[in-house]
Design a protein around this ligand. Structure first.
Ligand SMILES: *[C@@H]1O[C@H](CO)[C@@H](O)[C@H](O)[C@H]1NC(C)=O
Ligand SMILES: *[C@@H]1O[C@H](CO)[C@@H](O)[C@H](O)[C@H]1NC(C)=O
Length: 207
């Protein structure tokens, strides 16, 4: 049923050239003008797609409405990376003890992970519940079809990764992970960072 509301975003969306706004979802079909904020019961003719703005097309900045998703992706990729590097180090060490990393190793590792476009290339844009979202591993919006990948999304995610880890400190981020902190909270709901994601309590009641 959800599939009816999901459509690959058209690349040819240049019609909003003068009105560059962000976060718009466009619906066509019955009730197209009504914006109740509530997803209607199955109406197969109605199709929603993310309006493709000038900013989406050219700007290297992550659009505001997608920042939280993007940050959560960054946290997911870094968590995966830290797991990988720690497991590899453990496998190599004869004593099977947790290996300690030098700060410069972590700095280099985080920089490499963030600039590795391959980790971010499968993420893309999707419309879920009339809201445009990023989709990919680590997010509940993950799906195999209807995702518009490519374009500048991998580059934006990569640069956000570099920016956030730079602001919080690569070593501090690693340390938080090592101490069992959930990186999504540490990076995206950190009081030292400007409200990238709403607090979890708010998120859970948002629907
Ligand atoms: C971690 O390892 C998995 C499995 O080998 C791989 O698929 C993934 O891309 C790696 N991720 C990072 C960020 O290193
Ligand atoms: C979409 O809305 C439904 C109904 O409120 C909810 O169960 C579902 O989790 C939402 N999907 C996403 C990806 O947020």
């Amino acid at each position: 049923m959800l599939r009816a509301f999901v459509q690959i975003v058209s690349l040819a969306g240049f019609n909003s050239f003068l009105l560059a706004h962000i976060g718009n979802v466009h619906c066509e079909g019955p009730d197209a003008e009504k914006s109740t904020g509530v997803a209607p019961v199955a109406e197969p003719k109605k199709v929603c797609h993310a309006e493709h703005t000038v900013e989406d097309e050219y700007s290297l900045h992550m659009p505001l409405d997608l920042k939280c998703d993007a940050c959560r992706i960054v946290a997911y990729v870094l968590t995966e990376g830290f797991k990988n590097v720690s497991e590899k180090a453990k496998a190599r060490s004869k004593t099977k003890q947790r290996r300690t990393f030098a700060e410069h190793q972590i700095l280099e590792f985080v920089e490499n992970t963030c600039s590795h476009k391959g980790y971010f290339k499968k993420y893309g844009l999707v419309v879920v519940n009339k809201t445009r979202r990023l989709s990919g591993r680590g997010l509940e919006t993950y799906r195999n079809t209807g995702v518009w990948t490519g374009g500048l999304w991998p580059m934006r995610l990569s640069s956000m990764c570099t920016q956030y880890t730079g602001e919080l400190g690569e070593w501090e981020v690693f340390h938080a992970w090592e101490n069992g902190q959930y990186l999504e909270d540490f990076i995206c709901r950190n009081e030292e960072m400007p409200h990238i994601c709403p607090p979890l309590s708010q998120l859970l009641t948002a629907n």
